[in-house]
Each structure stands twice: as structure tokens, then as C-alpha cells.
Design a protein around this ligand. Structure first.
Ligand code: BGC
Length: 764
């Protein structure tokens, strides 16, 4: 392709409009005459779903085999950016072999409710962790010359009516939680494309939102890549292009090209904006073409080994009573559960991958570990809720003649998928029943849970050990054996909270709303909510056990105070005080000691994963800057790190804080609030420049008429009551707007005086 500006000059309006939608389900438009290539964009995110025959966006038709890595919900538990990058590189290599130029993913939507059917495809309830994971994924894939599509931008947090629902959220909520989950990934990893979500946000469809696309994505974040629609998400494309949207996918018919032509002809869409869009699409097509590596072949075996390693790093050891794990190969185990022969290792929908290799747990045990004695029984019917007594009897018999029971439980395939939300957080009742009966045998019960999101665990006491395996990808069965026998050390930590019950979750009262999803809980999502509500949780955000133990020490900050324009360096040491090699995820949270707005108890602002041999100690470092302390100031329209004291909390989970320190932060924000006549007396009293006027005002304020002279006198004479009354008046007075005080001043203060006061304070 020639110089793009020159090329665009030569294109007719019809040709330019034609480039703004796909040529087919997965390809962009090719124009031979100008040597413009058509490139393939396809799913994603955790494996390649390249269809060569019938196409669809719901995981119905076949795709060619590709490595199925752990999905986002699983890999986020690894808190291992290096590993995520490595997986990204492997995905990039698979795309190169299959001549796919853009892999549709990763998904950085926040897990607002554990009910969202697509949570298995998203990283976390925490925006910092989510954006760091998304960033690493993008950097990995794109290092191979293959593009990504960060999705679904934005606020796509439910599947119910995902194509039409309007999300209502305030700016602070969007900035601190939902957009923050994309922000670092956009700015630091520069994905080739960003996928506009189906839903509306505050009344505008995502693919045409002035606020999301023009103001935030293009102008504030400086995003220069292509904004592509989720499949079928574009509505008013001319309006969208004005706002910075680009490519409609998939091909939807010539009427849409004509719509663009007409919009330009009628002056509804400027040709300049259309040219910008065309340039972005051509830049992507050019990159895709130039980076093609015909004949490139990936090492499927090596990728499978990586998938096994990743599955092991994604598993979280939630419970391990009396050190029942790891197992000893000499112990006889009874493997129970249909998942042992039909494991759930991915979710349903557009991310569904046909794996290159995949073995079930029983196969792995038989083929790779002949020295391990095990028996097997199904225990429950996989696709049903009802108890099958014959299955149970068989399971009990097997467990009674074994040393320990290893039982596989979780959500069957059809219970969790793209396209619909879960209705409850339970696992099937036949599984719960089985757990109780296994427990009654008196044999230790070790459970492995397969679910892409939290489940309720009223059955927790029936298991001695529990692993959350999530949707661990094609290597999950091998990883399970490695973890159970301590060949791999568990090192995952939860990227989301496991609540005690659905009723405790932040939006349980309303989720999912069909027409208008109002995000009433605001910024209080995930642990931000459970902490502020002081709810007990089943397992907190960041929790995960190891076969070894860790000691935290020496928390140091390189300064006692800092300006918000400076950086502080925090360091601390962790020592492996157990007798096995292991990895620990050190988490750093920040708490604003006293804030002018409601803030979470703590917020994650850094994490490091360290690997130590027994006895080994390592020092880790974190860098904190303004953003680490800031909240989104609605009136200022900016991030604001309020002056004051902050606590630096380092720990092994959000509810296992091991070390604390304090730092003083000084704001350099120049912003000054502009007051009107509704300024309260309390606010006024805090302004030094207002002090001289306040005294005069207060004395002219009349006590409520309803109080009789007699009563007033009695209260004034009784010392205790007088104080109480005085305090009440003060508290009431603090909240009185200036304009109302004037209205009750019996004419002493009027419009002129108010104007004078406002002039004084606003000028100052
Ligand atoms: C999904 C996207 C996916 C696209 C193409 C949509 O329904 O929401 O995540 O990339 O289909 O399959």
C-alpha cells in the first residue's frame, strides 16, 4: 500500500464508505485496485476460534483446533503478568500460523455481579488488577505483529438484554471502576482495536457515544487505533464516526455503505471525520498485511505445556484443613464426579475453542501416573439436579475403600455462558447432597470446583480441602494432578470475592435490570462493597493458600510525605518460612484515612508475585503516584489526591493485611470550587475569607418561631439543655444554605448581601 494520505485522496466517497464495514463475518474489505488487503479478525480471547466453514458469534459452529488457555477469570488468579504476556505471545503465534490479523480480546469488563453469565471471560472485580492483566495480554499478542481488540467498551456487565440495556452510572463510578479497568491497557499497551459494546451508557449507544469515544477514548486517552463494533453493535454509524467510531462488523449489507455516503452528501457527517476513520482502518489493514508470516508454524506441544503451567498457576487453594493436601502417591484415592471424565475447562459462547490436546483426569492418572492407585465413580448426574441413588451408592463404596476422596464439582456447561446471566449462585443440588454423604464416611474429602465465577458454599464444612479450578483451559486435568500431589505449588489468589450468599452482593436487589441498569452501588463493587458493609465473606479478594508459609517484614516508604506530583517508593520483604518452594502474591492497598467523599476501606494499587525457595527472603518494591491516592472528583472533572494522611497496607489478601505504614500527601491541585447562593453555612465557615461576614449573619438569624418564649427561657436556664439546644442549632445551621438563612433574617440580609459574599469567596 502507498502512502495512506495520498491513497485516501484517490479514493472515491463510495470506496471510503465501503471500507467502514467488514467484507464478511470475519474479514475487513479488500480493494485489489489499491492493493488494500482484507484482514481476518476473529475470537479470542484465550484461544483462537477461527471458522473456515459456517460462521457465527455464539460458539455454535465449528472452528479449527487451537490451544485453549485458561480464560480471563482463571488466569487473573495467577496475578502473574509475565505468564499472561507469555500466553499472549503463544496466541499471537497461533494467529500467525492461521493468518489471523486481529484476535478479538481481551475482555476487561468488571465483574459487577457474580451472576453475569460471561464473568468467566473477564478478569476481576478490581479495575487495577483487571487492567494490568489486559495490558499484559495485549503486549504479548501484539509483540508477534498480531492485533488485539480490547472489549467490550464499556459498562457491559450483564448479558441480560446486553444489546439494548441502558447503563446509568455517575461519572465517578465509571472512571474509578469501569473505565479504569480499560485505561491502563489502552494507554500503555495500545491495542490495535477497541471493541464498542452493544449496550448504551447514560443514554448513548457505546458505538456512538460522544462522552466515551470522543471525549474520553480519543481526546483524553489519546487512542489512535480502530474502534470496531461488537458483532452487530453499530447503530447510527455516521453519528458514531463523528465521535471517533470506525468499523462496523460483520458485513451487514450495502444499505449501510449507502447510509454513510448519504450522511456525507447531506452534511451530517464531515468527510474529514470519514477520512480519519478510513485512515485508521487502512493503517490496521496495512499492519496486518505487513506482519503476515506465511508458512509460520507454532509448536502445539509447547503451547499445551504452557496451558498446563497456566492452569496450575490459575488454580486457587481456598481451604486445606489439617494439611490434607498435598496427597502422597502411596495413598489410595477415590475420584468422584462426572467432571473427572468430562471436565469443564472453558465457557460457552464466542470464546469457545476446539482444543489441540485435551485429556480427562482419569486419563491423565492412568497414562502418566501408573504408580497412583485410584478408583472412579460418577457420584451424580452431570446435567441434572436430582440425586441418583445408584450413583451415590457406588461413590460411597469407592470412597470407603480408599484413603481419601477427590471429588470434582461445579457448574455444568449450560449453567454459565455468554448470552444469559445466572439466576442464582448455587451448584447443582445433587452435588451438594453427595458432598454431605461423602463427608459422613469420615474419609477426608478434597473438592475441586469448576466455575468461571463465585458460587455459594453452604456446603463448605463438608470438604476438608478445596481448589477453585475455574475455567482452566485444555491443560487443567494435568494441572490438577500436579497440584494435588504438590508437583506444582498452588500460587493463585482470588481475583474476586466469594460472598457468603447472593443477597450480600453489591447489586443483588436489582441485578439484572432489563431496560435501565442503574449502578446504584456506585464505586462500591467487589471487596470495596463487602468491606464497607462489614459483611463476612466466604473467601476474600486476594485470598489463596500455599503449601508453604510466608512472613512479611520491613515495610518502608522512602519518604514521610510527598506532593501529589511526586512518586513514593514502598518496599517490603517476604520470606518463605515453610519447607517447600513456592510463590506469593504480595498485595498493596491504600486507604485514605479521612476523606471528603465516601471511599472504599482500601483499594488495590500494586502487586508483585515472588518465587522463593524454603528459607529464602526477597524484597519487593512498589511505586506510588498521584493516581494511587486519587479519587475522581466529579466537579473538578479530574483525578484528585486530597491532602492528608494515607495508610499503605501490605498483605496476603484484602483481609489479611500484614504490614501498615502512613504517608502524608499534599495536593497541588489548583482547582477552586465556584460557590452559588446554595453554599451551606458549614461550607462557608470553613473558608477563611468568609470569617468576618459569618458573625454578623449568625446573629441576625432568628430562632424558630415555634418555640415559645417560656420554653426558650427554661432551656436557657438549664445548663445541660442549653448546650444541647445550642448544639442542635449549630448542626442545623451548618446545613442551611446561605439563601435560606437570608430568607429568615427578617430582612437583614438580602440579594445584595448574598452577591457580595459570593463575590468575596469566589474571588478569593
Ligand atoms: C461477542 C464478542 C465477540 C463477537 C464475535 C459477540 O457476540 O460479544 O465478544 O468477539 O461476538 O464473535
Amino acid at each position: 500500500m502507498k502512502d495512506l494520505d495520498e491513497l485516501i485522496q484517490n479514493l472515491t466517497l463510495e470506496e471510503k464508505a465501503g471500507l467502514c464495514q467488514g467484507a464478511s463475518f470475519w474479514f475487513t474489505k479488500e480493494m485489489e485496485k489499491y492493493e488494500i488487503p482484507g484482514i481476518m479478525m476473529t475470537d479470542g480471547p484465550h484461544g483462537l476460534r477461527k471458522q473456515t466453514e459456517e460462521t457465527d458469534h455464539l460458539g455454535v459452529n465449528k472452528s479449527i483446533p487451537a490451544t485453549c488457555f485458561p480464560s480471563a477469570a482463571a488466569i487473573a488468579n495467577s496475578w502473574d503478568q509475565e505468564l499472561v504476556r507469555e500466553i499472549g505471545e503463544a496466541l499471537g503465534e497461533e494467529c500467525l500460523q492461521e493468518e489471523v490479523s486481529v484476535l478479538l480480546g481481551p475482555g476487561a469488563n468488571i465483574k459487577r455481579s457474580p451472576l453475569c453469565g460471561r464473568n468467566f471471560e473477564y478478569f476481576s472485580e478490581d479495575p487495577y488488577l483487571s487492567s494490568q492483566m489486559a495490558k499484559s495480554h495485549i503486549i504479548g499478542v501484539q509483540s508477534k505483529g498480531v492485533g488485539t481488540s480490547l472489549k467490550h467498551f464499556a459498562m457491559n456487565n450483564q448479558e441480560t438484554r446486553r444489546m439494548t440495556v441502558n447503563v446509568s452510572a455517575d461519572e465517578r463510578t465509571m472512571r474509578e471502576i469501569y473505565l479504569a479497568s480499560f485505561e491502563a491497557a489502552v494507554k500503555e499497551a495500545k491495542p490495535w482495536t477497541i471493541m464498542g459494546a452493544y449496550n448504551k451508557v447514560n443514554g448513548e449507544y457505546c458505538c456512538e457515544s460522544h462522552h466515551l469515544l470522543r471525549e474520553i477514548l480519543r481526546e483524553e486517552w489519546g487512542y489512535e487505533g480502530v474502534v470496531v463494533s461488537d458483532w452487530g453493535a453499530a447503530n447510527d454509524q455516521p453519528g458514531g464516526i463523528e465521535e471517533g467510531f470506525d468499523l462496523r462488523m460483520p458485513y451487514a449489507g450495502e444499505a449501510y455503505t449507502e447510509e454513510l455516503i448519504k450522511a456525507v452528501e447531506e452534511g451530517k457527517l464531515s468527510e474529514e471525520r470519514l477520512d480519519e476513520t478510513v485512515k485508521r482502518i487502512l493503517t490496521m489493514a496495512k499492519k496486518g498485511q505487513e506482519n503476515k508470516r506465511p508458512g509460520s508454524v507454532y509448536d502445539a506441544r509447547a503451547h499445551h505445556e504452557l496451558a498446563v503451567r497456566a492452569a496450575a498457576a490459575s488454580a486457587v487453594l481456598l481451604k486445606n484443613e489439617c494439611g490434607v493436601l498435598p496427597l502422597d502417591k502411596k495413598e489410595k484415592i477415590a475420584v468422584i464426579g462426572g467432571f473427572a471424565k468430562n471436565v469443564r475447562y472453558q465457557g460457552g459462547g464466542s470464546s469457545h475453542v476446539i482444543p489441540t490436546f485435551h485429556r480427562e483426569l482419569t486419563e491423565v492418572l492412568t497414562q502418566d501416573y501408573p504408580e497412583i492407585a485410584f478408583s472412579f465413580a460418577r457420584g451424580y448426574r452431570l446435567k441434572k439436579d436430582e440425586v441418583d441413588e445408584d450413583f451415590v451408592a457406588e461413590a460411597l463404596e469407592k470412597v470407603r475403600s480408599a484413603d481419601k476422596a477427590v471429588v470434582l464439582i461445579g457448574l455444568p456447561d449450560g449453567w454459565e455462558s455468554e448470552g444469559f446471566d445466572r439466576k442464582h449462585l448455587r451448584i447443582p443440588s445433587n452435588q451438594i447432597d453427595l458432598l454431605g454423604r461423602l463427608k459422613a464416611t469420615g474419609k477426608p474429602v478434597i473438592a475441586l470446583l469448576f466455575a468461571g465465577a463465585p458460587v455459594e458454599m453452604p456446603w463448605i464444612d463438608t470438604v476438608d480441602a478445596l481448589y477453585a479450578m475455574y475455567t482452566g483451559g485444555q491443560g487443567v486435568a494435568e494441572a490438577m494432578v500436579q497440584l494435588l500431589y504438590g508437583i506444582s505449588s498452588p500460587c493463585g489468589k482470588l481475583a474476586e470475592t466469594y460472598p457468603m450468599e447472593l443477597a450480600h452482593t453489591p447489586c443483588s436487589l436489582t441485578f439484572p435490570q432489563k431496560e435501565n441498569a442503574v449502578y446504584e452501588e456506585g464505586i462500591f463493587v467487589g471487596y470495596r462493597y463487602y468491606d464497607r458493609k462489614a459483611f463476612p465473606v466466604r473467601f476474600p479478594f486476594g485470598h489463596g493458600l500455599s503449601y508453604t508459609q510466608w512472613e512479611y517484614s520491613d515495610l518502608k516508604i522512602d519518604r514521610k510525605q510527598m506532593l501529589d506530583a511526586e512518586e513514593a517508593v514502598v518496599s517490603l520483604s517476604v520470606r518463605n518460612v515453610g519447607d517447600r518452594e513456592g510463590k506469593e502474591v504480595v498485595q498493596l492497598y491504600i486507604r485514605d484515612v479521612e476523606s471528603s467523599v465516601p471511599r472504599p476501606e482500601k483499594e488495590l494499587k500494586g502487586f508483585v508475585k515472588v518465587s522463593c525457595k524454603p528459607g529464602e527472603k526477597k524484597t519487593v518494591q512498589f511505586r506510588l503516584n498521584k493516581r494511587s491516592f486519587a479519587f475522581w472528583h466529579q466537579e473538578m472533572g479530574d483525578w484528585y489526591a486530597e491532602s492528608g494522611e494515607y495508610e499503605i497496607l501490605a498483605g496476603a489478601s484484602s483481609r489479611d493485611i500484614r504490614l501498615k505504614e502512613r504517608i502524608q500527601v499534599e495536593s497541588t491541585a489548583k482547582w477552586k470550587k465556584h460557590y452559588d447562593a446554595f453554599i451551606t453555612m458549614g461550607e462557608l465557615m470553613e473558608l477563611p475569607e468568609a470569617q468576618p461576614i459569618i458573625g454578623a449573619m449568625m446573629s441576625s438569624y432568628q430562632m424558630p418561631q415555634s418555640m415559645s418564649e417560656e420554653e426558650k427561657q427554661r432551656l436557657l436556664e438549664d445548663e445541660d439543655s442549653t448546650e444541647e439546644i445550642a448544639m442542635d442549632y449549630a448542626a442545623m445551621g451548618m446545613d442551611m444554605p446561605l439563601i435560606k438563612v437570608a430568607a429568615m433574617s427578617g430582612g437583614a440580609f438580602g440579594a445584595e448581601q448574598i452577591a457580595g459574599i459570593l463575590e468575596t469567596i469566589n474571588k478569593a
